[in-house]
Design a protein around this ligand. Structure first.
Ligand SMILES: Cc1ncc(COP(=O)(O)O)c(C=O)c1O
Length: 284
């Protein structure tokens, strides 16, 4: 049996139901999180739950549970589903009410849904690296919110998939922002350069962890906007995200990045990131 959570109930997935006038379904009016699980333990769970609360605040939604309560619920779900390596997904919408753009008011409680999934570490891709396309970033100007509205991301990711690529690297005019479902960083002369955490990108928890590791290990980094030209001239490029960890990008628009193989700085970050996971969740 696969267990899921709907509001305050843990139930069999086949019995789970959400109303057709749920605002998530009709407007994408809600926020979500995805947390990595290794050895049955959440990795950077607290950081993800903090971001969930912040995303909710930014769309003026009050969550019915504290981060601590949510952590407990996720632990229960992981245990019930006997999840070892995978992800836990959770979302809150602004609840169910007759369709109206105006918020329904405090009498309507948010709808909460959570489930788990088995997801292996993408070891082969992490070893060999992946390919990417470039695409114009057509999304709204609050990409810092982890909102359910993902159409801009989906259109770009679909383009990438149709080109046989893992990711679409997005740019607003000349400025590279992030990927359709990950953050993108470049390496030039040993320095890691990544877009600052403003309204143009989602401030990835993996991105934050990587920068924290850089600080600890005295690896040089800059948080600044960089251009498509700098991307094309980079020695190394990597994508970072909850399910993909640190993923080398070895080809962009059919042209090799550096010598077309994962570079030494990215390899080192992968090693350090794995050590960080193991320090929290045990051997992987
Ligand atoms: C648009 C976008 N940027 C960045 C990320 C990476 O964020 P995190 O490292 O928290 O998974 C994601 C992850 O889903 C994403 O969808």
């Amino acid at each position: 049996m696969e267990y899921v959570i709907v509001d305050d109930q843990v139930m069999d997935r086949s019995t789970a139901k959400v109303d057709i006038e749920d605002r998530g379904y009709q407007f994408g009016d809600g926020v979500y999180e995805v947390i990595r699980v290794y050895n049955g333990k959440m990795f950077t769970g607290k950081e993800h739950l903090k971001r969930l609360v912040e995303s909710a605040e930014k769309i003026r939604m009050k969550l019915p549970y504290s981060p601590e309560e949510l952590e407990g619920k996720m632990e229960e779900l992981i245990a019930k589903n006997e999840l070892q390596t995978g992800t836990v997904y959770m979302q809150f919408t602004r609840g169910t009410s007759p369709r109206n753009h105006v918020f329904p008011g405090n009498g309507v409680a948010p709808t909460f849904v959570a489930y788990t999934r088995n997801v292996a570490r993408p070891e082969e891709s992490m070893e060999k690296g992946v390919r990417a396309i470039l695409d114009e970033d057509i999304r709204w100007l609050r990409c810092d919110i982890k909102s359910l509205n993902l159409l801009g991301n989906l259109l770009s990711k679909q383009k990438a998939a149709e080109a046989g690529c893992f990711e679409a690297i997005l740019h607003r005019g000349e400025t590279v922002t992030e990927g359709s479902h990950s953050n993108i960083s470049i390496i030039k002369d040993g320095v890691i350069i990544t877009h600052p955490a403003d309204n143009h990108i989602l401030n990835g928890i993996t991105r934050q962890k990587v920068l924290e590791i850089c600080g600890k290990e005295q690896i040089a980094f800059e948080e600044r906007a960089y251009t498509v030209e700098e991307l094309n001239a980079a020695d190394e490029v990597f994508s970072s995200g909850t399910t993909v960890e640190v993923m080398p990008v070895v080809e962009i628009e059919g042209k090799p990045v550096g010598n077309g193989e994962p570079g030494t700085v990215t390899r080192n970050l992968q090693k350090l990131f794995k050590a960080e996971i193991e320090s929290q969740c045990g051997k992987i």
